[in-house]
Write a protein that binds this ligand. Structure first.
Ligand code: ZN
Length: 177
């Protein structure tokens, strides 16, 4: 009786083993798989090429109180990012000054208001809400501002001009991708 049940158990085990073995081939037919790795290999190379030299952006401003961009994409792969600002107009800094200030979109209005009377940069000294700021420039001049991408990684940051009255026209979003 005991021997019989042992044989039975052995036979069940064999059957299970056979079943397990039979399942293996069903995974083998994915011989087409090599095509997938080949396709994903091309993507990183393409991405690397596209990102080369993209940790900077050339932003223009003019005598009509405008930037030429409403959004700047900041690659998440960049440690630091630089915005080069060029004033393509001809009006003097005292009349049509432009800068680039980085801060939370929700803080932009108060940052600009608090800097209104501060000449020439129109940003309050030591303003903790400001991630980075450039100099204020006039027509024909250029400046730049560099900041750590990690500081804006959480999102919700804008770039804007703090020259009195310019914020409404001169602001845009920073999108980390
Ligand atoms: Zn401005």
């Amino acid at each position: 009786m005991k021997l019989h049940s042992t044989l039975l158990a052995a036979s069940i085990a064999l059957t299970l083993a056979a079943c397990g073995g039979a399942e293996a081939p069903s995974q083998a037919p994915t011989a087409a798989a090599p095509a997938a790795p080949a396709a994903t290999e091309a993507a990183p190379a393409e991405t690397a090429a596209a990102q080369a030299g993209e940790c900077a952006f050339n932003l223009e401003s003019n005598d009509a109180m405008q930037y030429n961009a409403k959004n700047i994409d900041v690659p998440a792969s960049c440690t630091q990012f630089t915005i080069h600002l060029k004033h393509v107009g001809s009006m003097p800094v005292a009349a049509m000054g432009h800068n680039v200030v980085i801060a939370k979109a929700a803080d932009a209005a108060s940052v600009a208001a608090d800097g209104a009377a501060v000449k020439p940069d129109h940003v309050k000294e030591g303003d903790a809400r400001v991630i980075a700021k450039s100099n204020m420039i006039g027509g024909g001049e250029s400046t730049s501002v560099t900041f750590d991408v990690a500081k804006i990684a959480e999102g919700g940051y804008n770039f804007f001009c703090t020259f009195p009255g310019h914020l409404a026209m001169m602001n845009g979003t920073l999108t980390v991708k």
